[in-house]
Design a protein around this ligand. Structure first.
Ligand SMILES: [Zn+2]
Length: 438
């Protein structure tokens, strides 16, 4: 497919980007050229079979990169809220998850993908189980994803989880025309003992994939780790040798200065999940310290039961606001930085910045457009600021992934009603089964 996006106001997210009217030439999956074309040049492309798509009165930017989540947890949306973390997990989340079938995961992931596409996410990260179902949904629906089978080292199936991970990665890494990449997903230091994490590192070396893991989400986790191993979770993971692999650390709410030095030394990247950390009362990550140190920080929504949506625009606005309020510093996380964290920094966090995250020749054409034909974009002094502080994800009109237009003027070519109904029926049935056993 050969396309030129014309007349749009483009935010490339390349170094020193500034909003500019540019044409984006897309050849098949990739961006071929990003510059303002003359009428003659446009005609030449049209003669070669390129189709012009008019982006007049739209802002065009890279799609959002969601760096942490559990997509099929859409099935648990609104099932358990306003509870203390341990009670939330033990009484509600784990019993519900224990009943999820492969088909449930498939439909729950499809619901998540609908929501992500409608809110401008073009690449999401997932750590869950029955991952073949997730990969199948990704393949069918045209989105991009970075997938891992979650592994719990204290569970009876710990060794099966390792072999299933290996099998999943052999089958799916770079599948769906390259839209799927894989990582290993040990859940956390407190659910994976050192001997298990060492096996994970060995496997990551063998398969040459990154590792994603939850790190220092709560204060309790940090204190328990210090008591058990005499080191913070970050120091503990360094001791084990986990950071010898490229690592994506989710949450990182409670890191001290020594932890931050270790993260920097090994280029461990961070997925910042502000909604989830607030909702589960885990705390607020000291983002200023991470950014001052030069750590790579992307944004993630986490799963739907701790957010409760997958809206990256909402997440990046929150990331921009809470750190201002928390530090009494209104200059912290300016709009520009928030947009970068949700796009190019997210791509860097997933070690995919050579492929996605900005609009540049050679990169995959993962692009979204906001329609500016709404009251909240007037007057327009600064489009970057409007996108972060005023915009609504419902204004996202178009989504392109790997050069293919998946959403056009907010229309998706999927049977949404079927997906809604499947998820509603499946989730209600599980809730009923659980209620009946109490
Ligand atoms: Zn998580």
């Amino acid at each position: 497919m050969k396309t030129i996006l014309i007349n749009g106001l483009v935010l490339t997210m390349e170094a020193d980007w500034k909003p500019a009217y540019l044409d984006i030439v897309i050849n098949d999956q990739r961006i071929e050229k990003v510059e303002q074309l003359s009428d003659d040049e446009r005609k030449q492309y049209i003669n070669q079979g390129y189709q012009c798509v008019d982006m007049a009165n739209k802002v065009v930017m890279p799609g959002f990169v969601n760096t942490h989540g559990h997509a099929a947890m859409t099935l648990l949306r609104s099932y358990a809220d306003d509870l203390p973390l341990q009670q939330w997990l033990e009484d509600k989340i784990w019993p519900f998850e224990a009943k999820l079938t492969a088909d449930d995961i498939y439909w729950g992931t499809k619901l998540a993908i609908i929501e992500m596409l409608e809110t401008g996410t073009t690449c999401f990260t997932d750590m869950y189980f029955e991952m073949e179902q997730v990969a199948k949904a990704v393949e069918e629906m045209g989105i991009r994803a970075c997938l891992s089978r979650g592994m719990i080292g204290v569970a009876p199936n710990r060794d099966i989880a390792l072999s299933e991970s290996e099998q999943f990665i052999s089958q799916w890494n770079q599948a769906a025309e390259g839209r799927i990449t894989c990582t290993l997903g040990p859940h956390a230091p407190y659910t994976c003992p050192p001997d298990y994490l060492k096996k994970v590192v060995e496997l990551a070396n063998k398969l040459d994939v990154p590792i994603q893991i939850h790190v220092s989400e709560t204060e309790k986790e940090v204190n328990d780790c210090k008591e058990m191993y005499g080191a913070s979770p970050v120091k503990h993971l360094e001791n084990i040798g986990l950071f010898s692999r490229p690592t994506i650390a989710a949450h990182c709410v409670h890191l001290d200065d020594n932890d931050i030095d270790i993260m920097h030394k090994h280029n461990v990247t961070i997925s910042h999940n502000p909604s989830s950390n607030l909702k589960l009362a885990s705390g607020i990550a000291p983002l200023k310290k991470y950014i001052d140190k030069g750590l790579t920080v992307g944004i993630g929504t986490d799963g739907c039961s701790s957010n409760n949506n997958l809206d990256m625009l909402e997440e990046l606005k929150l990331a921009s606001l809470i750190h201002k309020g928390n530090t009494y510093d209104p200059t912290l996380i300016p709009a520009r930085k928030a947009l970068e964290m949700a796009t190019i920094e997210g791509a860097k966090a997933l070690f995919l910045d050579e492929v996605i995250g900005s609009i540049a020749p050679g990169k995959q054409a993962d692009i979204i457009a906001f329609s500016l034909d709404k009251s909240l974009y007037y007057p327009s002094f600064d489009i970057t600021s409007l996108l972060v502080y005023s915009a609504n994800s419902r204004d996202i009109s178009d989504v392109f992934i790997a050069g293919k237009q998946i959403m056009k003027n907010r229309r998706l070519e999927f049977n949404k009603q079927e997906i809604f109904q499947q998820v509603q029926d499946r989730a209600q049935n599980i809730a009923k089964e659980i209620a009946a056993t109490k």
